[in-house]
Design a protein around this ligand. Structure first.
Ligand code: BGC
Length: 772
């Protein structure tokens, strides 16, 4: 863990340049707009360690699978988020020497991610080997308003010399993915044109034919004077540039405004790409950089209005939660239902494909509460559209019916290729079913079941039906050979979480069927016909529910993570020598698998999802047993523990977990932020405040709040959008105030007391402590 970023309410700030932390900063300072984004690479050349990354959402590459030992059922490819044209590049050459921060002395370095306004800026003074000094300031944005537009203002000022500065804005498509399986490059050039005032470049992927056109234009100023200089146009393989050479005096300020449009064949016909790019580009350039900045800050002001969380009395926690919310809003905006939320968003390559169970388990709750419900609905429909592929996937693994959604996917096909995860970590199906419930329970949109939800539920139920089997001597249904959420043990029997989510899915499917039969009889009949639903199936599901086996330890009063868990050598995380952590970087895999140490919430994940079915005592016993064994080496872990700790009144633990989830990337807790940020777990951070400290649940169509104060904050306030209303919940030590910012009244329960918050008004409830 290295804390080098300055604490600030609205910005992430780095105040000196350290090549050792450059790749971490490239991840943390990433910017994007849901359509495209990229790491905070420098505009000018940089020869130090760096992961260059510009990404276009949904543009991927099916990289041929690479495994040591092929197993039947493995996917042919791993879909990689594709590093695409580097559009931010501006090379600077000073009297024949490239400006390269790895090769000069850097002072007064300042890098800032301004989360209020949505910009990334940087300034520094560089002293070259020959003593020449320049001052540089840059600011860039990826527009939240014009999704295809990115823009940069880059200024350079010689401080102690007269000479020649060459400024070269360029588009470079000769890029590669660090995680390429066979060290291949993934792009071919289609067309390019270098022009005296810009240029364009069209590339297409070697497989799948995604086309991306990037077009750039620029204005260059000396002081306030717009220079009408003809740049020298340069064309090379997959590269266009405009070379501008200027004589300068000490103190002159050269300012380049670089505008870029990146358009893809996902949104435009192949014949229209250049036109589309040029039109978007011209309009952005005509609007000008100042207008783009204003549009950007207005768009972010609106986003913050819906999703900001304000923490008084703890700037570090405040910065952290805003960082998480900012990154989530940069990663996914719900406007394109073909897209999903990759675990690294636009901040890195790792984890390749775009969709994990992270979306349903962690991100759906965030979008349900902070955006229009169509966004969460789009995330669900994404899975609905993949249902046929999920059925094919189940067939491929030998199932005669049902659907197994992939562990990792881009287009519905499985991409993951480690047998213990691809074939065994099937609990993901439970999270997908749970998201349907969560959405319907939250929004009240029961029509969704008949439209899309039921088909998904039935096919997942059919999978569970075939995946369990009855053991006659126990008269119980068991599920063998699975990996639960805790990936630090594989191929276990009867993972409590998986068994529980399987039988829960069956229950919910039966409930949804009954609802439709009663309320939408003709749709029910249509679906029963389409799905060829048999009475014998639903009877079987009821039997499985009644006879599902749940491993438990009666003596301790806990659910067992799996049949053999108590045979392990039980030790506590607090007794692991510090230098052995993180285990996944210090221990052999074999040692990890045999140990009792848990990567992330497993039994506790189930107690969170199905929280209204278990009493506090049960949660407490399980938390007290499992949390001390948990190393939280998945970014998805601390948030679930924070939420349960709040429920149990373990406020110090909750706060510790909150800090760990919220500052995971800012403080590089897991020593891996250089690969990219943990974008999906950021939704978990939001959950730890809203569902954790705020105690927010939706029960019987009502907002239920049981807020508690972690003790380190004077107050905190969060927003929830609920069935047409937007509520601001402000919590101090003594009271909870709920303000309805809309005209739609809301029924809420605070500490078991019922209230109606009328439109544009507030209610206040007195604080209460939670005891177990
Ligand atoms: C976690 C999974 C998660 C994946 C992507 C893994 O480390 O164990 O639960 O889906 O990361 O975030």
């Amino acid at each position: 863990m290295k804390q080098y970023l300055k604490i600030d309410e609205w910005s992430i700030i780095e105040e000196s340049f350290d090549p050792q932390t450059q790749e971490i900063s490239e991840s943390v300072f990433s910017i994007g707009n849901g359509y495209m984004g990229g790491r905070a690479n420098f505009e000018e050349q940089y020869s130090g360690n760096s992961l260059q990354g510009s990404y276009m959402a949904g543009v991927y590459y099916p990289d041929k699978t690479r495994v040591g030992w092929w197993k039947n059922g493995y996917p042919e490819y791993f879909a990689k988020v594709l590093n695409s044209t580097n559009w931010i590049g501006i090379n600077i050459d000073i009297d024949g020497t490239a400006l390269d921060l790895a090769k000069c002395t850097v002072s007064e370095f300042h890098r800032e991610l301004n989360m209020k306004e949505g910009t990334l800026s940087r300034s520094f003074t560089a002293t070259l080997a020959d003593g020449k000094e320049v001052k540089v300031e840059s600011i860039r944005l990826v527009s939240m308003v014009r999704q295809e537009i990115g823009a940069i203002r880059y200024s350079i000022q010689p401080l102690n010399f007269a000479g020649t500065i060459t400024v070269t804005p360029y588009l470079d498509g000769d890029v590669k993915n660090k995680d390429s399986n066979y060290d291949e490059k993934f792009w071919n050039e289609v067309e390019k044109k270098g022009l005296p005032d810009g240029g364009y470049l069209t590339l297409k992927t070697k497989k799948l034919d995604f086309h991306v056109t990037s077009a750039m234009a620029f204005d260059i100023f000396k002081g306030d004077e717009l220079l009408s200089i003809e740049a020298e146009a340069v064309e090379q393989d997959k590269y266009v540039a405009s070379v501008i050479t200027l004589p300068v005096q000490s103190g002159d300020q050269i300012v380049l405004y670089k505008y870029v449009a990146n358009v893809t064949s996902r949104n435009h016909g192949l014949g229209q790409l250049i036109d589309a790019a040029t039109t978007a580009l011209q309009s952005a350039k005509e609007a000008g950089f100042a207008t783009l900045l204003t549009e950007q800050s207005e768009a972010w002001r609106d986003k913050w209005k819906e999703s900001d969380i304000v923490i008084e009395g703890d700037v570090s926690a405040q910065q952290a939660i805003r960082f998480n919310i900012f990154q989530l809003n940069q990663t996914y905006n719900g406007e394109d239902d073909r897209l999903n939320i990759g675990p690294k968003g636009f901040t890195g390559e790792k984890y390749g494909g775009s969709t994990y169970w992270d979306t349903e388990a962690y991100c759906v709750p965030f979008y349900l509460s902070t955006a229009d419900s169509t966004i969460a609905r789009n995330l669900l429909i994404y899975r609905y559209k993949h249902l046929e592929k999920a059925k094919e996937n189940a067939r491929k693994l030998g199932f005669t019916k049902g659907a197994l959604y992939p562990m990792v996917t881009m287009n519905g096909e499985e991409c993951h290729n480690e047998w213990e995860i691809t074939f065994e970590e099937i609990h993901r199906n439970g999270a997908i079913a749970y998201a349907v419930y969560n959405y319907v329970n939250y929004t009240g949109d029961k029509a969704y079941l008949g439209q899309y939800g039921l088909e998904v539920l039935v096919e997942i139920s059919r999978f569970w039906e075939e995946r369990v089997h009855l053991v006659p001597h126990k008269d119980k249904y068991v599920m063998l050979g699975v990996t639960g959420p805790n990936e630090y043990e594989n191929n276990v029997n009867n993972n409590w979480y998986t068994n529980r989510m399987a039988s829960w899915t069956l229950e919910y499917t039966l409930e949804a069927l009954a609802y439709l039969q009663e309320n939408e009889a003709s749709r029910y009949a249509e679906l029963a016909d389409k799905l060829e639903l048999l009475e014998s199936e639903t009877e079987k599901w009821a039997e499985i529910i009644a006879k599902m086996y749940y491993p438990a330890d009666e003596e301790r009063g806990i659910f067992l993570q799996q049949d053999g868990f108590l045979d392990k050598d039980l030790m506590l995380v607090k007794d692991i020598p510090q230098e052995n952590l993180p285990l996944n970087q210090k221990w052999s895999w074999d040692r990890i698998l045999r140990s009792c140490f848990i990567k992330q919430a497993d039994v506790l994940q189930g107690l969170f999802f199905l929280g209204d079915r278990y009493d506090l005592e049960t949660k407490k016993r399980n938390f007290d047993f499992y949390e001390p064994l948990t190393v939280h080496e998945s970014s998805l872990s601390p948030c679930i523990h924070a939420i349960l700790a709040c429920e149990l009144g373990y406020m110090e633990k909750a706060y510790e977990m909150y800090l760990r989830t919220s500052r995971l990337d800012l403080d590089n807790y897991n020593n891996d932020t250089e690969d990219g940020c943990h974008s999906t777990s950021m939704a978990g951070t939001w959950m730890s405040i809203v569902h954790g400290f705020g105690g927010f649940r939706v029960l019987d169509g009502r907002v239920v709040l049981k807020p508690s104060n972690p003790g380190h904050w004077t107050s905190y306030a969060f927003k929830i959008m609920f069935r047409g209303s937007r509520l601001k919940v402000n919590v101090t030590d003594l009271e909870v105030t709920v303000t309805n910012e809309t005209e739609v009244p809301a029924s809420i329960t605070i500490y078991d007391q019922e209230y109606t918050v009328n439109g544009l008004s507030s209610i206040t409830a007195q604080g209460s402590s939670i005891t177990v």
